[in-house]
Design a binder for this molecule. Structure first.
Ligand SMILES: NC(=O)c1ccc[n+]([C@@H]2O[C@H](COP(=O)([O-])OP(=O)(O)OC[C@H]3O[C@@H](n4cnc5c(N)ncnc54)[C@H](O)[C@@H]3O)[C@@H](O)[C@H]2O)c1
Length: 270
């Protein structure tokens, strides 16, 4: 049941809404009074959330299939008659890989999911968003700005998402369509848990991920959801913005040389 009215009368599409950050965004928009259409390639998770939350409609959809994206937009319009906001959240982070472990084919597939699917949906949605001076929110990542070890393809896709957000914000400003992105740091989600489970010591990996934030914890999907509702409803003078949601992870110095790096200690002192 909606407890707020900030987005009453608005229709919002959220991709990858079946779990994790996407589910947090779906919940936040429902709480703000919006009608939410969300998609996911995982049908079981999506259907369960749809049952739980009235005011939502789930559509099974793979972001890499343009026909699925066309159905997502056309179903949204036939059921609710308008479109005010698209949250491009669906994405994937592969397990850690050194450059020599990556493949061009794997990189290409990741681009399809993390970047091109987002752009394909955006293109289909824009004519409808322009009618309502709507907005787009892309879920990028802090690592698109600061890099991440053993994640070249992922970092490249997210850097592109942030850059695309700014370029599109410029082009769509003439229609009054705002385009912003949220760059989360470590948010505790099923994906984070799965990635930790793929490491030799999952508990140590989770502890390291927790201590990366000066705030001493990971973020929650609900916190990203709250930021998305803010960008959609209150941030009316923000476009091309990259909103960092990181618990301060990018602040300050830290130990950054990897174990095999030759270390030179300066000997300025006598
Ligand atoms: N969790 C983090 O710490 C973190 C940090 C920065 C950015 N992000 C980004 O946030 C987004 C959500 O991440 P998460 O941690 O919630 O992941 P998650 O895996 O827990 O949830 C992602 C959802 O997207 C769906 N999805 C994936 N590929 C899809 C496709 N091709 N078509 C349709 N649905 C698809 C999955 O089925 C899943 O339900 C991603 O774009 C991710 O890169 C996450």
């Amino acid at each position: 049941m909606a407890s707020g009215t900030r987005c009453a009368g608005k229709v919002v599409v959220v991709t990858g809404g079946g779990r994790g950050i996407g589910a947090g965004i779906v919940r936040a928009f429902v709480d703000s009074g919006a009608q939410v259409v969300f998609c996911d390639k995982d049908e079981a998770g999506g259907r369960a959330l749809e049952q739980e939350l009235s005011g939502t409609a789930f559509i099974a959809c793979d972001m890499t299939q343009e026909g699925d994206l066309q159905t997502l937009i056309s179903e949204t319009l036939s059921r609710f008659g308008r479109l005010d906001c698209v949250v491009n959240n669906a994405g994937y982070h592969p397990p850690a890989q050194w450059p020599e472990e990556t493949s061009i084919e794997g990189f290409r597939e990741l681009l399809e999911v993390n970047l091109l699917g987002m752009y394909a949906l955006t293109k289909l949605a824009l004519p409808h968003l322009r009618k309502n001076r709507g907005n787009i929110i892309n879920i990028s990542s802090l690592v698109g700005a600061i890099g991440q070890s053993r994640a070249v393809p992922y970092v490249a896709t997210k850097g592109a998402v942030t850059a695309m957000t700014k370029a599109l914000a410029l082009d769509e400003s003439r229609y009054g369509v705002r385009v912003n992105c949220i760059s989360p740091g470590n948010i505790w989600t099923p994906l984070w848990e799965e990635l930790a489970a793929s490491t030799p010591d999952p508990r140590a990996t989770i502890l390291e991920g927790t201590l990366a934030q000066p705030l001493g914890r990971m973020g929650q999907p609900a916190e990203v959801g709250a930021a998305a509702v803010f960008l959609a409803s209150d941030a009316t003078f923000c476009t091309g913005l990259e909103l960092l949601m990181t618990g301060g992870a990018e602040l300050g110095y830290g130990r950054k040389a990897s174990p095999g790096t030759p270390v030179e200690v300066s000997t300025l002192l006598p």
